[in-house]
Design a protein around this ligand. Structure first.
Ligand SMILES: Nc1ncnc2c1ncn2[C@@H]1O[C@H](COP(=O)(O)OP(=O)(O)OP(=O)(O)O)[C@@H](O)[C@H]1O
Ligand SMILES: [Mg+2]
Length: 390
């Protein structure tokens, strides 16, 4: 039959066209996700280096605080420096979260602390025509989870809300309780989400923003984080105009005392010799000063090989090793192995500018005594040392 020849080839070519488009789509998605990966590892690297610098800043602040006792204006300046450095360290925690370096934390998070922090950040950065309101009504606003990731959830939702109100409007952050749940709501009086795209907004890379303005990953990240916290996200478009996102999260069980982790006011002093292994000059300097002020004797070395060699010769004189996870000449696991080989009873505390992850867990399994997250202050250092030397 000669007749179907032409339509068949036409059908084939339009099918090819569809496939070609699909391949193009996928190529674009791949390029996007590779870009994101690259940004992720860049962000992780920057955050890590930043934590080393913050270790020096916060370390010296806690040292100077002792010297400044009684000097009102110096103490005030130190408060400001410490607050700014704290903020920077929360940002690096966020960057590390974005880079997915380290595992999410499971600590008690007070949403009545997180939401005002988000509001504070927005207040300084968004258009003055957007009025910010908070209505924090939950009686039980605490959940278990990762504070940095929670911050990211409400920041992403708020930024979407901002983008929906280019001419200004009202952005509200609110909480309430229902049963064993806390409901946190981000609402705006903006454009609203057209019914036709509501079931696509959580898709990776779905965006209605112009190229270069949005990656379309904001809500994907929000949904991933909320789900990993045992929660759910609900889009509420009634009544129009505007948009409301409700985040439902399980209220933290009451076994831990309420409130943020408290830190002892006066760091406990100790004695003994601590070998600090860290390739970063500023970290070694501040660690030495902090250890000295706590009553310890400090020996600081910047090379893993040199430190192992030193430990092998002088292990009787060393009570504890403070070991940076990533050294340029050797990886932390190998260093730990050598130290424990030289002395199976070696007390090693691992420290890092990355958050605790599987490789840290592996080192703890193999006999490291504790993990100390950078940046650390005097009382955190003293707590970890006291416990590890006990
Ligand atoms: N509050 C809102 N009001 C109106 N539309 C919204 C709102 N929140 C999200 N959207 C719509 O959902 C889309 C996807 O949001 P999402 O946060 O995932 O990506 P994005 O904001 O476009 O880019 P990114 O967050 O990665 O920079 C947005 O492009 C927008 O069309
Ligand atoms: Mg967004």
């Amino acid at each position: 039959m000669p007749e179907p020849a032409v339509p068949a080839s036409r059908a084939a070519s339009s099918e090819l066209e569809v496939l070609r488009r699909r391949v193009e789509d996928l190529e674009q998605q791949l390029a996007q996700s590779q870009k994101l990966n690259a940004i992720g590892s860049l962000a992780g690297g920057v955050a890590h280096d930043f934590n080393n610098l913050l270790t020096a800043i916060l370390g010296y602040v806690s040292l100077l605080r002792e010297d400044a006792a009684g000097l009102q204006n110096v103490a005030e300046a130190l408060d400001v420096i410490e607050k700014a450095a704290d903020r920077a360290s929360q940002l690096t925690a966020q960057l590390l979260g974005f880079a997915r370096v380290g595992q999410p934390k499971r600590v008690r998070v007070d949403l009545h602390q997180t939401l005002p922090e988000v509001a504070e950040l927005l207040r300084h950065t968004i258009d003055k025509r957007i009025r910010l309101e908070t209505s924090l009504d939950a009686a039980a606003p605490q959940i278990m989870g990762d504070p940095g990731q929670m911050f990211q959830v409400f920041l992403n939702l708020s930024i979407n809300a901002r983008d929906a109100m280019p001419e200004g409007g009202v952005l509200t952050l609110a909480t309430s309780n229902s049963g064993g749940w806390v409901r946190a709501t981000v609402s705006d009086s903006g454009s609203g989400i057209p019914a036709g795209i509501r079931d696509r907004i959580f898709e990776p890379f779905f965006t209605t923003k112009e190229p270069g303005k949005g990656t379309g990953m904001g809500l994907t990240v929000v949904q991933t984080i909320v789900r990993s916290h045992g929660g759910r996200i609900e889009l509420d478009t009634e009544p129009p105009p505007g948009t409301r996102f409700h985040i439902w999260l399980p209220v933290a069980a009451d076994r831990v005392a309420a409130g943020v982790e408290t830190q002892p006011a006066v760091p406990a002093r100790g004695k003994g010799s601590v070998l600090v292994i860290d390739d970063e000059d500023v970290v070694r300097q501040v660690a030495a000063r902090m250890l000295k002020s706590l009553g310890y004797h400090a020996i600081c070395l910047g090379s893993a090989r040199e430190a192992i060699d030193y430990y092998q010769r002088r292990r009787r004189d060393i009570d504890l090793v403070l070991l940076d996870l990533i050294m340029p000449d050797m990886d932390g696991k190998a260093v730990l192995h050598e130290l424990l080989h030289a002395d199976p009873a070696a007390r090693v505390v691992v420290t890092s500018g990355y958050s605790q992850d599987a490789s840290v867990d592996a080192m703890l399994d193999r006999g490291a005594r504790a993990f100390l997250q950078k940046p650390y202050r005097l009382n955190q250092l003293s707590e970890v040392l006291t416990a590890a030397l006990r």
